[in-house]
Design a protein around this ligand. Structure first.
Ligand code: ZN
Length: 490
């Protein structure tokens, strides 16, 4: 609602500005100078015939959706070949980097003058599988219907592959003078362990993707009541630390229990972990997130998001989040979720061992050595063994004061005035954190979605996954503007 008012103000404001311009010849002269001088915005110096580009975007996107790259097994090479051919037709030569020939990553680069470090644009070519019978259209046909393009990969992540491809073609066609190299990486295996994908490229060919900034999936915008409310940009994500707890005890006959039962010990430990609420902590990202979310939320929600920032008022909201908004609860603290319990094999035998798996999602700033000590104190049973079984890519958050961040904000203001950029912490894991762990300032972006589609669950990995056609084209435009903002020579 607030945004509708904003929109009106914007139009009114423009009219006033025109009046002012007509009133002063000097101002007009200044404006003309600005347009003709090299200081004019790069986007104005390189005008794009968007009607033509939209047709082309749609064709590439549909062709890529029609290449079934369900992972497992992936078989992404035909998608990489498709992109490579499209680039090659216009003189951009990509390279395959493959651990497995059926699963080729593709990297391509357009050179700048080298005065600044490169920007990496990344999309993954694999998709998750489908349950065909749950779909109302063929999932790999890229059907156009009701203003959407339907199909597996339309929101995850072939729009990124397509936008990256269009970006490279446009940079080349328009002969954009660049301060930075622009690198496109179409990676494989993102929907799995990714040994063949980003990890392989990082291990073996780091110099080919080394960049100051990266853009990839992870964010996205919201359209509510016909207005763009926010453009979400992922700047950080939680650190996955999975542990196994094991207890040993005297086993024996179920008719003669002993006091040191492994099952009872594990059950006690799990119940203490379940009751533990680690301390709430805010970071630059989450603080800004709640501040800006308050700006665009209805009064009751806005009050809550402001209260979470206020140490005197936040206790109530913390409780509310824990009950009603688990995603927000997970954004303000390290969480621990017991996920697997294992003990026993016969109803009348006391087992001598019991195990539990705890899925821990730590705040990226959490000191894990200290956290482990706190966990031991919470369990308060030295006989329980704690064994880490997964933990990787602990990475610092990408900053909100970089040239790329400013470029994203400028792009939002230009394309969606009245909205805000929301910095986001993902509670799950993405391929940006390995890049962040190497010092890349990496930002997750994404297409705009209607509120009803987000609530209706037609998003990534869902049956009937689909993207608004307009959102696909807007996304290509967003990426073009954002990349030009930071990479084009002034
Ligand atoms: Zn994805």
């Amino acid at each position: 609602m607030k945004h509708r008012a904003h929109g009106k103000n914007f139009v009114g404001g423009r009219r006033e500005a025109w009046g002012y311009l007509y009133g002063g010849g000097l101002v007009i002269l200044g404006l003309l100078l600005l347009i003709s001088s090299p200081a004019a915005m790069a986007q104005d110096r390189y005008p794009v015939p968007w009607d033509k580009v939209e047709k082309e975007t749609l064709e590439h996107f549909q062709n890529l959706i029609r290449i079934n790259t369900s992972n497992p097994p992936g078989n992404e090479t035909p998608a990489a070949e498709y992109v490579q051919r499209a680039l090659e037709r216009e003189g951009i030569y990509g390279t395959f980097l493959a651990l497995d020939p059926k699963r080729a990553n593709l990297v391509a680069r357009i050179r700048g003058n080298g005065s600044k470090r490169p920007i990496l644009v990344m999309g993954h070519t694999d998709v998750v599988g489908v349950q065909k019978e749950q779909w109302s259209v063929a999932p790999f046909a890229a059907v156009r219907k009701d203003g959407y393009i339907w199909g597996r990969g339309t929101l995850d992540d072939k729009h990124d592959v397509t936008a990256g491809l269009m970006l490279m073609l446009l940079l080349k066609r328009q002969g954009v003078k660049l301060d930075r190299d622009v690198i496109l990486l179409c990676e494989v295996g993102e929907e799995g362990y990714n040994q063949e994908g980003l990890r392989h490229v990082m291990d073996k060919y780091w110099e080919q993707i080394d960049a100051e900034f990266a853009l990839a999936e992870g964010g996205g915008g919201l359209i509510k009541g016909g207005k763009v409310e926010f453009v979400g940009v992922a700047t950080t994500e939680k650190y996955r630390w999975r542990i196994q707890l094991s207890a040993k005890g005297r086993g024996g006959h179920g008719s003669q229990p002993t006091p040191d039962s492994a099952v009872v010990k594990i059950a006690n430990a799990v119940s203490k972990i379940g009751a533990w609420v680690p301390e709430m902590k805010l970071s630059e990202t989450t603080r800004t997130y709640f501040e800006r979310l308050a700006e665009i939320s209805p009064p009751a929600e806005a009050a809550r998001y402001r209260a979470i920032l206020d140490p005197a008022k936040r206790a109530e909201v913390e409780k509310y989040f824990a009950q009603e908004e688990p995603r927000h609860n997970s954004m303000i603290r390290t969480t621990l979720a017991p996920t697997v319990l294992k003990a026993g094999f016969r109803d009348n035998v006391i087992p001598s061992e019991a195990e539990a798996i705890i899925d821990i999602r730590a705040l990226p700033e959490e000191d894990m050595a200290k956290f482990r000590k706190m966990l031991e104190d919470v369990i308060a049973d030295p006989s329980i063994e704690i064994k880490p079984i997964l933990g990787r890519d602990k990475a610092p958050a990408s900053k909100l004061n970089t040239e790329m961040w400013a470029g994203l904000e400028k792009t939002q203001k230009r394309l969606y005035p009245g909205a805000v950029v929301l910095p986001m912490m993902l509670t799950g894991a993405s391929d940006l954190s390995p890049l962040r762990s190497k010092g890349v300032q990496a930002y997750g972006i994404g297409p705009l979605m209607l509120e009803e589609d987000i609530k209706g669950g037609v998003g990534a990995h869902a049956d009937n996954e689909r993207i608004l056609e307009k959102s696909l084209h807007d996304y290509v435009r967003f990426m073009w503007h954002a990349v030009l903002e930071v990479a084009a020579s002034k």
